[in-house]
Design a protein around this ligand. Structure first.
Ligand code: ASP
Ligand code: MG
Length: 417
């Protein structure tokens, strides 16, 4: 049975990092593996900026930025390959493809242009990695993910056509060879390039695992595994060894940057274990997400959302807030595509905690204020603790002002100033 390995941008950020990935892959090369690569760290952001400059006709800055991106890739391959290696031409040709798009007049279709340009990040990284691995004795075939992952034409957020995708995957990946492909990108039936939404490479790996009934999916990260809190915010964050799928989905729902629920669902359906391992310490055990496992160790999980706004909405005549009000309020949120992080209903007011998006929130407040009395508090933090105990609550509350609290059996939300 096959193993799917996925490496994100940080794991291949420079020549040293790429050599490290080569060492990791050596340990797997005797098994049938499929390796999925994201674009190199920050490359997707740079390509996004290039698209922004293109649609705003800022040609000079656009070409400067493109040159920076080219220099970065050419310097990298110079360090990794002999000067006569064919990879230099391959990389050059990929940049020519971008230039062809950028030299055309902008046709007004931002999403389409975005996918044509941003997808090149993954084509660059996968070509480099495939060539590097072949040079180092990890013989592999590079497959174009646009032939595997078949999607509709919703550019930037393409939806997977599962039936076609599963049949392409099984038509193309037949032998026990090692294959390398791109995360994040797909293709329509008319062979146009699409992307699956930012951070979509894990999802690609999960689709391949699903389509091939893989033995497991291993996602390599710069952390030792899934932690019970963001180690940048909590210096006592600890690694979780195992966790069931449904718990991982809950955590992702509340905003933990673990693994996107999209990635978990296909794996859960076929009961394929997901392992999160550190590419910095590949011999460490990491975290296993698997059906029926207990959370081990069972620690409180802290999820922190900063830059929140708490909005309290009441009727101008101070009558009770009833279903009719709620229906109007939800209509406004839905119209502005707002996700509610937490809500609470009392007799005369309805409160919601939202991400303070600087574009959307002023419009939402305008709409609410034309129908209701509205007061709000900005600059707040929403803490969610799964499997809380009194100690974990006290730790969070210390030195802060509590504005709102909501508790269920397993989860507590605290809005704090
Ligand atoms: N390169 C894409 C991004 O940065 C996809 C991914 O990394 O998963 O969003
Ligand atoms: Mg990434």
């Amino acid at each position: 049975m096959r193993i799917i390995l996925k490496f994100g941008g940080a794991s291949i950020k420079d020549d040293k990092a790429i050599k490290n990935v080569g060492h990791i892959l050596h340990k797997y090369k005797s098994r049938p593996i499929i390796i999925v690569f994201s674009a190199i760290a920050k490359v997707t952001n740079m390509l996004e900026e290039i698209v922004g400059l293109y649609v705003n006709s800022l040609k000079e800055d656009m070409f400067l930025k493109l040159q920076k991106l080219k220099d970065f890739h050419f310097n990298l391959v110079k360090k990794l390959f002999h000067k006569d290696h064919e990879i230099h031409n391959i990389i050059n040709n990929l940049f020519v493809e971008i230039e062809w798009v950028l030299e055309e007049e902008y046709n007004g279709d931002y999403d389409y242009i975005y996918d044509q340009i941003v997808s090149v990040g993954e084509l660059l990284s996968s070509n480099i990695m495939s060539a590097y691995c072949n040079d180092k004795g990890i013989n592999n075939n590079l497959i174009d993910a646009r032939d595997l992952i078949k999607t509709n034409a919703d550019y930037r957020f393409a939806k997977v056509n599962w039936e076609e995708t599963i049949s392409s995957i099984n038509n193309i990946i037949k032998s026990r060879k090692t294959y390398i492909t791109q995360g994040f990108i797909g293709g329509t039936t008319e062979n146009c390039t699409t992307t699956l939404g930012r951070e979509g490479s894990d999802f690609t790996a999960a689709i391949l695992a699903y389509g091939l009934d893989a033995k497991e999916l291993i996602v390599w990260k710069d952390v030792p595994g899934i932690m019970n809190a963001d180690p940048n915010l909590f210096n006592d964050a600890e690694k979780i060894l195992s966790i069931p799928f449904h718990e991982a989905i809950e955590l992702a729902f509340y905003g933990a940057k673990v693994i996107h629920p999209n990635t978990i669902q296909p794996l859960q359906t076929k009961n394929i274990p997901l392992r999160v391992k550190s590419f910095i310490n590949p011999d460490l055990k990491g975290t296993t997400i698997i059906k029926g496992s207990k959370i081990k160790p069972l620690l409180p999980f802290y999820i922190v959302k900063e830059n929140q706004i708490l909005i309290s909405i009441s009727d101008p005549l101070l009558s009770f807030i009833v279903e009719e009000h709620l229906s109007n309020i939800f209509f406004i949120f839905s119209k502005h595509n707002i996700r509610i992080n937490m809500m609470q209903h009392s007799a005369v007011s309805f409160s919601v905690c939202l991400d303070h998006d600087k574009y959307k929130i002023p419009k939402v407040l305008d709409d609410l204020q034309s129908n209701f009395n509205v007061v709000f508090n900005e600059g707040l933090t929403l803490y969610t603790i799964r499997h809380y105990n009194q100690h974990s609550i006290d730790k969070i509350l210390k030195g802060k002002e509590l504005l709102l609290e909501q508790k269920t059996r397993n989860t507590i939300h605290l809005v704090l100033k």
